[in-house]
Design a binder for this molecule. Sequence first.
Ligand SMILES: Nc1ncnc2c1ncn2[C@@H]1O[C@H](COP(=O)(O)OP(=O)(O)OP(=O)(O)O)[C@@H](O)[C@H]1O
Ligand SMILES: [Mg+2]
Length: 264
Amino acid sequence: MRKTEIIAVVNQKGGVGKSVTSVNLATSLARQGKKVLICDLDAQANSTMCMGFQNPDELPITIANIFTEYIEDKITLTKDQYLLHSEGCDIIPSSIELAGIEPSLVNALSRERILKSFLSDIQEDYQYIILDCGPSLGMLTLNALVAATSVLIPEQAHYLSAKGLEMLIGTIARIKKNINPTLEFMGILITMYNHRLNFSKAILESLENAYGNHIKIFNGKIPQSVKAVENTATGKSIFLYDPKCKVSLAYEAFTKEVLADESV
Ligand SMILES: Nc1ncnc2c1ncn2[C@@H]1O[C@H](COP(=O)(O)OP(=O)(O)OP(=O)(O)O)[C@@H](O)[C@H]1O
Ligand SMILES: [Mg+2]
């Protein structure tokens, strides 16, 4: 295994389970004794809130301040100032302020490498860094894909989601070819799966036919369940909210698959 696995959780489609997956993977890895950092790269700050910081806009320092410092080339922030802690993980939170960063990134020097450069200063403290991306393929997601060692794609077994997947995989392949040659596809994780729906099964089958040969589709699908909605509202991981529910068990099984793959 590489020293630090930096996992970008990416899908330009909104609401497919990126934030829920980021939080539950991060906390599950921490429960397995791993040193984990979760970095919220979305101005909606959903993973910040899921990790228990329910008023992110009141936080004094967030990832937006870190980007600003790197853009202005004056690095003064210390870990004590920007790191939060919850459920055994370190967190770099986000807030709505991040929405203002994307335009200023466009003119910044080495604009797609800012996150990589920042993480390279702190990554040795962690075995896993999870990057929760927003629903776009803009400059912040590009920063995540340049910093990452692997990319995890949460995907709903819905027709319209599956359509966007082709474009996403093409974009990631281009980034791998041109900017980050060591980037790997970690795999596709099916979220909000309802095994009673025939079309969900049919879409899963077509995903397996289209991509199964070159991209892993994790065995452990995450079932659709109201528990996953409730846990996000309470600012806790699914493991604190209801450790025995089927979503907890599914995320636990998925984490074991991740750990098994990495030890190969
Ligand atoms: N397994 C699940 N079953 C039912 N609902 C779920 C499940 N996982 C996530 N959800 C709900 O679906 C919604 C979207 O999830 P989430 O915020 O993780 O998606 P996202 O891809 O991060 O969205 P965005 O693109 O806006 O960042 C949330 O309301 C969440 O509570
Ligand atoms: Mg999200």
